[in-house]
Design a protein around this ligand. Structure first.
Ligand code: MG
Ligand code: MG
Length: 626
């Protein structure tokens, strides 16, 4: 499988783009003319620079407003094409993309366009070049790949072929299976992009909101299946225009592209095994059986304060690490490690961010298979020297400097071996395990994170919700693994004035902001915690008046909720009860939840009241309004 990406998809200067694209593992690029023009190198120098990065120039694009022009405009269009052919010769590009015309004077008619393309094919062939025709979804006369194919077919020239772009076909809801009937050798190039399903002018949607396959809502896998079934064997290339990506890091965006493309090809291969796709085998997405541990980097007085907070949450120390200054706190299946080591990874995280989550352990069926898939998708492995008595547990670097460890049944003995602990702690205050983790990042990074998790694990995305902070908007995207044993919410902060944004600004990364614990019976847990000295986040009386008006809740239960500061939500599938700790260490907090029935959400309607309550406490303590 040859891979490519349009230079326009990656931010930065042309040289930064090339560096990032080559590093991410792509075989080639579509050189977007703007990127070339902005560079100071001559066409020959740029061509050499691209090849020096080990990249092929798979496509030169775009050549606009060519077909259907009358009289002198037509002659001028051919002159323009000849000049671009000169340039392609110097760059070393062999295939040119011609997109369907939006010229106000362009005339319709399939035969007229076919004649134009036949002549263009003659001119291209004389120089050993080829041209491909792409139907833009907003083309003046040609906006459907079926019409573009008919023009290519009638042009009847070996140097003229079809270029397909998943966006143009899928955004217009054209059945991609119509591609299966096109001879594969007449398809010269295939561009892939996804996009959210929002009702919007297609040109605007395309120029600003395209995203990587798997990041949007379009059936890109079905499109690629049809392309391969047609017999297409050329490069698979990403062409993504996205406002968020333009401000991102070149390497991050290129890495995301590679991850998206490999995951898509793997999905296609699994869905239609008869298709030929030259892609190294990799394990399927690995089911997650739960969160094995959450590790905090912490030290000294902060470690003591965090330990005390865990004590009021019903956790008990289960053991000291054999080699490190780390303590395991357990309750049910919830495990929290407080790592005070100064020289290991946790030490460097503490030096950078202060007390924060530095590592997450996930329970998977096979750690080796999870690692194999993660590395095939371009993840970086993580390892640090093992101390005496330590087990080797495979790990990768997540995004934002985080680390993910994978534990499978083969690691069942790690808790007794490294901490002298039993596999499960006492239930203490009735906590069963970890319900979900909430990670905070900038809004621009959210797609990266959801792509990271959804390509590695079988996780479903819930629709994104807007959470109103008194000082701005936070977008929240929930991901739930098949079976619900692993849940994560991604919170994208648009401004540093929000609670999430302020936390992010202080923590230099995209770390875990809250850990939610699952209670067997939240009222019993609340009573147990009160006896342990736990101080819940105070919720105003107005909230309970509102909840009573929105839901039919028995007065006695409402009274217990009010007394214990418990929040409530209900969906068709069931009920959800939540209790929050007060914020600590710059805005982190714990949440305790009880899911009743099949409730699948995260209490998003309550988030604005929770955030306002947290901010009241933080401002009240003299923490300035950021
Ligand atoms: Mg395109
Ligand atoms: Mg939560």
């Amino acid at each position: 499988m040859r891979t490519a990406i349009a230079t326009v998809s990656v931010p930065g200067t042309l040289r930064e783009k090339l560096e990032a694209i080559a590093q991410a593992g792509f075989d080639g690029i579509e050189i977007f003319e703007q990127d070339f023009i902005a560079d100071e190198g001559s066409p020959r120098e740029v061509g050499a620079l691209i090849r020096d990065h080990g990249l092929a120039i798979s496509l030169f694009q775009p050549f606009r407003d060519f077909e259907g022009l009358p009289g002198p405009l037509r002659a001028r269009a051919f002159d323009r094409a000849e000049r671009k052919f000169d340039l392609m010769g110097e760059l070393g590009a062999e295939l040119m993309l011609v997109c369907s015309s939006v010229h106000p004077q362009a005339l319709g008619g399939i035969d007229r366009a076919a004649e134009d393309f036949h002549e263009l094919g003659e001119r291209a062939a004389r120089r050993g070049l080829r041209v491909g025709f792409e139907a833009l979804a907003w083309g003046r006369h040609v906006n459907d790949h079926r019409d573009a194919w008919e023009i290519v077919r009638r042009a009847d020239h070996p140097a003229v072929g079809l270029i397909l772009d998943s966006f143009h076909t899928l955004a217009r809801r054209i059945d991609p299976d119509t591609i299966r009937r096109i001879p594969g050798d007449r398809i010269f190039f295939v561009q892939l992009a996804d996009a959210p399903r929002i009702e919007m002018d297609l040109l605007y949607l395309s120029r600003h909101f395209r995203n990587m396959p798997g990041e949007g809502d379009l059936p890109v896998a079905g499109f690629l299946r049809a392309v391969l079934a047609a017999g297409y064997a050329g490069p698979l290339s990403l062409e993504v225009f996205n406002d968020q990506f333009r401000g991102g890091s070149p390497r991050g965006i290129a890495r995301d592209g590679y991850r998206a493309l490999v995951a898509l090809a793997d999905d296609v291969r699994r869905a239609e095994p008869s298709l030929s796709l030259d892609l190294a085998p990799m394990p399927a997405r690995q089911p997650v059986a739960g969160t094995a541990f959450v590790e905090f980097a912490t030290r000294g007085a902060e470690a003591e304060a965090l330990g005390a907070l865990l004590g009021t949450l019903g956790f008990a120390p289960a053991g000291r690490h054999v080699a490190k200054r780390a303590t395991l706190w357990q309750q049910g299946r919830a495990r929290i490690v407080l790592n005070e080591e100064e020289r290991d990874f946790a030490g460097s995280v503490f030096n950078l961010r202060g007390t924060s989550v530095c590592d997450i352990g996930l329970e998977v069926a096979s750690a080796a298979d999870t690692m194999a898939r993660a590395t095939a998708l371009g993840a970086e492995t993580f390892a640090q020297p093992l101390g005496p008595g330590q087990q080797e547990i495979p790990a990768i670097r997540g995004l934002g400097g985080s680390v993910l460890h994978f534990l499978d049944p083969g690691h069942a003995g790690v808790w007794s071996q490294e901490f002298g602990a039993t596999p499960e702690g006492p239930e203490g205050a009735g906590i069963l395990g970890i319900d979900h983790l909430a990670q905070t990042m900038t809004y621009d990074e959210m797609l990266s994170w959801s792509l990271f998790y959804t390509t590695l694990f079988p996780m479903a995305k819930a629709p994104m919700v807007d959470v109103i902070d008194p000082d701005g908007l936070v977008r929240s995207q929930a991901l739930t693994a098949e079976g619900g044993a692993f849940r994560i919410t991604l919170n994208g902060a648009e401004t540093h004035r929000t609670l999430a944004g302020a936390f992010l600004a202080e923590s230099f990364g995209a770390p875990v902001q809250h850990v939610a614990l699952a209670a067997r019976d939240i009222f019993a847990t609340a009573e147990a915690l009160a006896a342990l000295g736990f101080e819940p986040l105070p919720i105003p009386a107005n909230y309970y008046d509102d909840v009573a008006s929105r839901f039919d809740i028995a007065p006695q239960m409402l009274e217990r909720m009010r007394a214990a500061q418990i929040l409530y939500d209900r969906e068709e599938e069931g009920e959800f009860l939540q209790l929050y700790s007060r914020p600590f260490a710059g805005g982190m907090f714990f949440e305790i939840v009880e899911r009743r029935g099949g409730y699948r959400g995260f209490g998003a309607p309550n988030a604005p009241f929770r955030i306002a309550a947290q901010k009241r406490l933080m401002r009240g303590k003299g923490i300035p309004r950021v």
